[in-house]
Design a protein around this ligand. Sequence first.
Ligand SMILES: Cc1ncc(COP(=O)(O)O)c(C=O)c1O
Length: 405
Amino acid sequence: MTASGSPPVAPARAYAQDLDAADPLAPFRERFAIGDPDVIYLCGNSLGRQPRAAVEHIERAMQEWAKELVEGWQHWLDLPTHVGDLMAGPILGAGPGQVIVSDSTSVNLYKLAMAARTAVPGRPVVVTDAGEFPTDRYVLEGLGDRRLITSDPVAGPTVDDVTQALDDHVGVVCLSQVGYRSSALADMADITAAVHDAGALMLWDLSHSAGCFPVALDRHGVDLAVGCTYKYLCAGPGAPAFLFVRTEVQDRLRQPIWGWFGQRDQFAMGERYDPAPDARQFLVGTPSVIGLAGVQAGVEVVAEAGVAAIRGKALTLGALGVQLHRAWLAGRGFSLGSPPEGVHRGSHLSLCHADAQRIHAELAGSGRVITDFRFPNTIRLGLAPLTTRFVDVWDAFDRLRALSY
Ligand SMILES: Cc1ncc(COP(=O)(O)O)c(C=O)c1O
């Protein structure tokens, strides 16, 4: 409601059209497979659309396989570090030699959390948030001494929440930079500094920020990070994940899965495990060459657009969504499940409703708007800036308000 008691007025569709006309990133939508033009896809926070270049990259890898057969390993062997370096600067704000692309986010999280915990002797406790993504909570639960923060479900973990959980038993703190449910954006700089002041290591999950937010790992002195590539990096379903280990801590860490790709001299076939002295230590086994081709395609298109420009558009897309929610939905049982101010939010917007599961299904069915539902009451609208138009947001809210609830 406004001060006069009447609901705020929604911007007209023409306003969204004007924003699209002025959008410098608009041409990037052509670089992706779109499919049915009447379906509005707001799920790029779960699985990004397919870059057309992915087909070429994967086709090239297929041809290499056909022609080179096992000789292909001469250059495929370096792909995890090569693609890691490609994404390090433009996507993660990290210098070379610190990022590798391999395995899944869950496996990478296990490798890094376990390595960090054993690197800080006498500090077995791992801190995370009770609202963290399930795989993070489960992996850390499996390590034993897990301590949970209970942060505000919409605002996410604050520096104070984290500080209160720290003591000299804590060896590592693991949090998402952008919360999977609410989209809350955590304060990477201050939280990392607080964790360091307490003598622990900081491990960030960047699954919901890599590719849509200017992550600055080196600038904030982050020790460790993991994240997936199939959301805003558009690398394809099940594409390999990334991990980051700050150069200064690489020597101190020993990851728990001792595979031959982490071996210093891999083809000497030595009797004992002797880990590589650099980020290669965090590799385990044979990488997916096809998967890495998808990651390269996604990283290249995101890097070309630039994460600063992507973030700028995400803020305007989100602001439009918040405005439409206030005008059309707030009085009808919906509440915002995300921070209302863009600076405190990632690229998706969450709406809560007691009947969210049914509404989500109807929105996909008759509404032809693809979102996702998170139990028990949350509909997430993924506003992936490279492929979402302002009219998509306007039309999605228009179709949502037309449903009965
Ligand atoms: C924060 C976060 N971490 C991890 C994952 C997924 O991990 P994995 O790729 O290992 O399934 C997700 C998937 O949505 C996620 O949102």
